[in-house]
Ligand binder design. Structure first.
Ligand code: MOS
Length: 773
């Protein structure tokens, strides 16, 4: 029930511990009253343990791989062995005759083109995995090989083979954002996408000091603990899909559209989920394949990607090259920033370096030109803070260079040029925790193992999905349920929903039954863009508040009081100011006329009146971030970098559950550290083949490389929604690699401008071995 009526609410505002003030907002009349700061709350803001923790550690939780349906078939996908080829013919006759095979699908038709090794060509569904494997080997593909290019720098050459012709190349923005319509395609390059303010040439003319540098980042793969997987069950009366997905409601829409089904015949279910990081945001080619096979076979079909398929064709973080120039006056004030970038997401778009150079610091003159370069490699896709993670690797090192040229401390320079009071507080806290005053001059640590301190910052938008909805029910036995299609990607949103509802109802989180990850319930938000908590906790609180008002009406009769004088606290419904007059929550529920009451609420617009910038369903506010400090030890004889300590000071509006937030920051730091030092997709330029499509030769950081990670979560109140909560997943990943790089520079006095910072790279930077490039 939307209403245009509003009333004025007084909300806490500012950073707890640094002086809270108040802000007045107009709030829709059917939304709950302002939520006080966490210190005054019973459940929200407390380190509540994850509700499904026991199920996870005992293996009781059900992931998509655990789904087994009667008569279920197993699917396998035949993938291109060529990096670029026309498919003359696909002969599936022998596979179709295999006794175990129930369906065969040609994904590419004769005359079609494959553009990377691992691209799907055909698929089978069979009664066992072994039968499916055998059948795959019976398929004959007649390729006409085409010239290919598997290296971004070669692809820039005018004589390089073309990955696409003008008609077939994808269109869009290098950072995956809404794009101006006609971004030129020249050779393999889509771009530039320009951004401009002020006059950059004038700005550089006014500069006393200019810092500049070129930075390279490499391809990182998502490496979700749980692979991409789907069990598709096509029946005459509708389609049910069990899928490890970041957007249950979105996949339902995609399925309805792709297969011409009405929405009320499509159901998507996800229970446990082992991560996504951007790579499970949509149906995907494997999803379409499994559903098509199920329709054809008239049976449920299970398709789980192998780790090799994961590495080759489930998305990746694109590689980038960027050149940054930053001009400043002697006092540190910035006069001009110019940025040029080329990146490659293989056959896809989205290899930009984000908006950190444009938006993190105050600078009147900015000019940016970002380009996507196509190569014959598996498609990149969004990965944890896409754009800004590689972008910050360049920007935050260039800012440190500038600080050194200005003889300013890196923290002091940022205090001058960063307009954010939140990050200022984060720098202050972080510097104190890491012991920043111990920082020496670059390279001045004597001895072969040199220690260094460095820091870097992040910028991310507070994304919100406005069409997110949630239902809260009270049952006659006193039970409470919260229902939404929102999925738990692994971060524990179910626990946060239980906290949100429990706070309203005056109950404990364990009293609330959480039913999520199913499109039978009201549509929840996607879990990408760090928007889950921001999108779904306000409607959960609103729905709980509305249903509580209904319960108050019933309780009012028993208590002989007016409903407006009641409050819910400690499992009881109490007459305010007269605690002797109360009944238990259960007694109140027992009064219900029907066996349950329920309210559905959707996410309200931002109370602060911030503009929607990404269409009707979503808005993005530029105000999330975090500052990270790293302490490293560089062994100048072996080239090994050890990260000894990371301090991460992050903000996300109101922290809903500090324990889970800390856990997410640990994940962000580990992923960033692993990106900085270890991970790298290695593509053989001569064959177009990934030579490390596994987790043996694709090195992830492990326990031995895990430093002490000190997490501080700010309480930053803004009065923008019924919970005032935002996300933390992506911001926690952005600053890690540049903080480490700045610390390495501080240790050895040499800048690492290329990722990953392997021992060989360090030794070559030190001039001890020849450079590999
Ligand atoms: Mo994320 S890369 O928005 O899942």
């Amino acid at each position: 029930m939307a209403t245009d009526e509003t009333r004025t609410g007084t909300f806490p505002s500012g950073i707890a511990g640094a002086g809270l003030s108040e802000v007045q907002r107009q709030v829709p009349a059917d939304e709950p009253p302002p939520l006080p700061p966490n210190a005054e709350l019973a459940v929200i803001g407390k380190p509540v343990p994850r509700q499904d923790g026991r199920a996870k550690v005992t293996g009781a939780i059900r992931y998509t791989v655990d789904i087994s349906l009667p008569g279920m078939l197993h699917a396998r996908v035949l993938r291109s062995a060529q990096p670029h080829a026309e498919i003359r013919a696909v002969d599936t006759a022998a596979a179709a005759r295999h006794p175990g095979v129930r369906a065969v699908l040609a994904v590419v038709q004769p005359g079609g083109v494959v553009r990377y090794i691992g691209a799907p060509i055909a698929a089978v569904a069979a009664t066992s995995m072994a039968a499916a494997e055998e059948a795959l080997r019976l398929i004959r593909v007649d390729y006409k090989p085409l010239p290919f290019v598997a290296d971004m720098y070669q692809a820039l050459d005018a004589r390089a083979p073309l990955v696409y012709d003008a008609g077939s190349a994808p269109k869009g923005h290098p950072s995956g954002w809404p794009a101006p319509p006609d971004i030129p395609l020249v050779g393999n390059v889509r771009g530039p996408v320009d951004a401009k303010r002020g006059e950059v040439a004038q700005g550089f003319a006014q500069a006393d000091i200019v810092a500049e540098g070129e930075y390279r980042t490499h391809v990182q793969t998502h490496c979700c603990a749980e692979p991409h997987g789907i069990v598709a069950d096509w029946r005459a009366d509708g389609l049910t899909v069990y899928m490890s997905t970041q957007y249950t409601a979105g996949v339902r829409h995609e399925l309805a559209e792709t297969f011409g089904l009405p929405l009320n015949r499509v159901r998507v279910v996800v229970d446990g989920m082992g991560g996504g990081f951007g790579s499970k945001s949509s149906l995907g080619n494997y999803g379409r394949i499994a559903v098509s096979l199920s329709r054809q076979a008239n049976a449920p079909v299970r398709l789980i990607l192998t780790r090799q398929e994961e590495q080759m064709d489930s998305g990746n973080r694109p590689a980038t090259w960027q050149r940054l120039r930053i001009g400043a006056r002697r006092d540190g004030s910035l006069t001009a920033i110019s940025l040029v970038s080329y990146g490659t997401a293989g056959v896809a778009l989205g290899a930009g370096v984000g908006n950190v150079a444009e938006a993190l610091y105050s600078c009147p003159n900015f000019e940016g030109a970002q380009h996507d370069v196509f190569i014959n490699a598996g498609p990149g896709c969004a990965m944890r803070a896409p754009g800004n993670t590689p972008g910050a690797f360049g920007l935050e090192q260039t800012i440190d260079d500038l600080a050194e040229k200005l003889s300013l401390d890196p923290v002091a320079l940022r205090d001058r040029i960063d307009p954010s009071p939140v990050r200022r507080e984060e720098r202050r806290i972080g510097a104190a925790r890491i012991g920043w005053q111990r920082r020496r001059a670059p390279g001045s640590d004597p001895g072969p193992v040199k220690r260094g301190l460095g820091m870097a910052q992040s910028l991310w938008a507070a994304h919100v999905q406005l069409n997110s909805a949630c239902e809260v029910r009270v049952l006659r036995d006193g039970g409470v349920e919260v229902l939404s299609s929102v999925q738990d990607i692994g971060t524990g949103i179910g626990t946060v929903l239980a906290q949100t509802v429990a706070e309203v109802m005056g109950l404990r989180p364990e009293d609330i039954a959480v039913r999520i990850g199913d499109t039978e319930f009201p549509s929840g938000p996607p879990s990408y863009g760090s928007r889950t908590t921001a999108s779904i906790t306000p409607p959960a609180r609103t729905a709980a508040w509305r249903v509580l008002q209904m319960l108050f009406s019933e309780a009012a009769l028993r208590l002989n009081a007016s409903a407006s004088t009641l409050e819910a606290r400690g499992g009881r419904i109490i007459v305010q100011g007269d605690p002797g007059r109360s009944i238990s929550f259960g007694e109140a529920a027992a009064q219900l006329r029907t066996d349950r009451i329920s309210a559905v609420a959707s996410r309200a617009d931002d109370y602060g009146g911030f503009k929607r910038t990404m269409g009707d369903a979503a808005m993005a506010l530029q105000d999330l971030g975090g500052v990270q400090f790293a302490e490293v030890a560089v062994d100048t004889e072996t080239g090994i970098i050890r990260i000894e300590r990371v301090v991460a000071v992050q903000d996300c509006g109101r922290p809903m559950n500090p324990k889970q937030l800390e856990s997410q920051v640990h994940g962000g730091v580990l992923m960033g550290l692993s990106y900085a030092l270890f991970e790298e997709r290695i593509l053989d330029q001569h064959t177009g083949r990934m030579v490390n499509p596994n987790l043996e030769h694709y090195k992830l950081a492990g326990p031995r490389e895990t430093p002490e990670i000190d997490v501080v979560i700010l309480e930053n109140y803004q009065g923008r929604s019924a919970t005032d909560a935002y996300g933390i997943a992506e911001p926690a990943n952005i600053a890690t690699a540049p903080a480490i790089a700045n610390a390495v520079y501080n240790a050895i006095g040499i800048r690492m401008r290329s990722l990953p910072m392997t021992p060989a790279e360090v030794l070559s930077a030190l001039g001890k071995i020849p450079s590999r490039s």
